[in-house]
Design a protein around this ligand. Structure first.
Ligand code: HSE
Length: 324
């Protein structure tokens, strides 16, 4: 029935995977830095079908496509089958969306990663982490652009630096134990395509130099557990100024968060979610209240969550894990 041989005894009829949400860019690291976060994720269940190919039994949301070649989990699954030499296998995918659509919480990446991991498990795990990342990257490239800053942490957990996508070269960074993050989710939507459309094509030398210094400083801050440096380095000269104009209330909310004690913050991925670093739970509550109030003044509803970096990504989360 299958041309797969590795771990053939582990092949099965059903497998599932849960992938956490993530913060893309983490401020200055446009398309290169990302962090998996605790809380809801996207779950994909893969089941064998008699007819070859991938079908979407449930896309998880009325607005998500049922066509496998337009659905991130479906595209990733198709690439896993191809890479594993298992195109003669039929697979049905059921997606449960824990992450919002158009939210800037890494939802499309989480679905792609969970799809890739679930199908790989179904096949007996013939592909390694980088091969799975490559499959999920094809999905992300089709839907929202060729970047792996959400995919890598969702797959591997923790904080990741994508040094290169061609070839894939990903570095996992240490996660400071004391770090908390306030995620603020205003009642807005932002498509990644639109948010990428406003990115500047050319960037002046001073901004590039500042950005390079801040990305390097963030890497050092994660490596050394230096939260003060993490806050100082969270200064994005490229995407945040361009995107803030698309996100009513963001700039004022960030000012309010910093005044309430946040160490630093920015737009999470393409937005509209924003994130704020804090080092303790009391400050987290203060920052949450300040951000909600700031949006409320403008008549914009906003919910917040206090999260931690999620150490485990989809690869290490068990099939029944909740992802919390
Ligand atoms: N790095 C991406 C961006 C994340 O900022 O456009 C959103 O998918």
């Amino acid at each position: 029935m299958t041309r797969l041989h590795k771990n053939a005894t582990e092949q099965r009829d059903y497998a599932a995977a849960l992938a956490p949400g993530s913060i893309g860019n983490i401020g200055p690291g446009l398309d290169v830095l990302g962090m998996a976060v605790s809380g809801p994720g996207d779950r994909v269940v893969a089941e064998r079908l008699a007819i070859p190919g991938v079908v979407i039994a449930d896309p998880g949301h009325a607005e998500l496509p049922r066509e496998a070649d337009r659905n991130t989990a479906g595209i990733a699954a198709t690439h896993v089958l191809a890479r594993a030499g298992a195109q003669d296998i039929g697979i049905s995918l059921t997606i449960t969306k824990g992450l919002p659509l158009f939210g800037g919480q890494g939802g499309s990446a989480a679905s792609a990663v969970a799809g890739a991991v679930a199908v790989n498990r179904l096949l007996g795990s013939p592909l390694d982490a980088m091969a799975l990342l490559a499959c999920a990257l094809e999905a992300e490239a089709t839907i929202s652009g060729r970047h792996a800053d959400n995919l890598a942490p969702s797959l591997l957990g923790g904080v990741t630096l994508v040094r290169s996508v061609t070839p894939l070269d990903v570095v996992s960074l240490p996660v400071p134990a004391a770090l908390r993050i306030v995620l603020a989710y205003p009642d807005q939507r932002m498509s990644t395509a639109e948010a990428r459309g406003v990115l500047p094509r050319f960037i002046d030398r001073e901004s590039v130099i500042t950005q390079m210094a801040n990305v390097a400083a963030m890497t050092a801050a994660f490596a050394n557990g230096d939260l003060a440096l993490l806050g100082r380095a969270c200064d994005d000269q490229i995407a945040e100024p361009a995107r803030a104009v698309l996100l009513p209330g963001f700039s004022a909310a960030k000012v309010a968060a910093l005044a309430a004690g946040a160490l630093g913050g920015s737009i999470s991925g393409a937005g509209p979610t924003s994130f704020y670093f804090v080092s303790d739970d009391i400050t987290a509550r203060r920052v949450s209240a300040a951000v909600v109030e700031s949006y409320a003044v403008l008549g914009i509803a906003c919910s917040t969550r206090v999260v931690r970096p999620a150490i485990r990504g989809a690869l290490s989360l068990g099939e029944d894990a909740t992802g919390a």
